[in-house]
Design a protein around this ligand. Sequence first.
Ligand code: MG
Length: 243
Amino acid sequence: MRQAGQLVAKALVAVHEAVRAGVTTAELDAIAEEVIVSGGGRPSFRGVPGIVPGAPPYPAATCISVNEEVVHGIPGDRVLQEGDIVSVDVGAVLDGWHADAAITFGVGQISARAQRLIEVTRTALMLAIGKARPGYRLGDISAAIQAYAEEHGFAVVREYTGHGIGREMWEGFQVPNFGVPGTGLKLRPGMTMAVEPMLIDGSGDTTVRPNGWTVVASDGGLAAHFEHTIAVTEGEPLILTEL
Ligand code: MG
């Protein structure tokens, strides 16, 4: 999983370096896929069956979600503009093991509010990871995300969650972005999970676009998404999707 995580991290770095106004989301998707495939892996997302009735299998290597798009933006001919914020979610499988991570960044100059949303979402992820140790429960991770987001005036998305991950992309349990401290599954060394705060500058309610995949903020508020695949150990949590 650590090796799969390195591919994911490298893909995210390559995409981040390539971002500028004028690039299309399909071009960024191709860059990520090239990193994964050249490292001996395979993108985890391509071909995932749709949840919404009638939705096609997921058609791309990555999810690239712009502005009010929260997750599951499908890369295509959309041209990024100065001031956009872009969430890139990458999953890779290597030798049967999965890793999954996401980052959000701005294109050129972005608004102070958008920058704040990005920083709060990233910090919420790191605070949550800090709870991923024996003696805590899943609810402590969830509550850490919710508390930090709401303290800073942003809403957490409730319809989509983090998840156990390992031999499968989604396995075992969900990791919600809201919850009650001291409740839920006890954390034990060896557990691996994707923790992924999704925050919206708005109500937090979401809808799915007619393509059956792309989740957007119902009120059009900006959204940010950060994710790491982590492992619980006897001591410090390991972040598997960090270079
Ligand atoms: Mg995930």
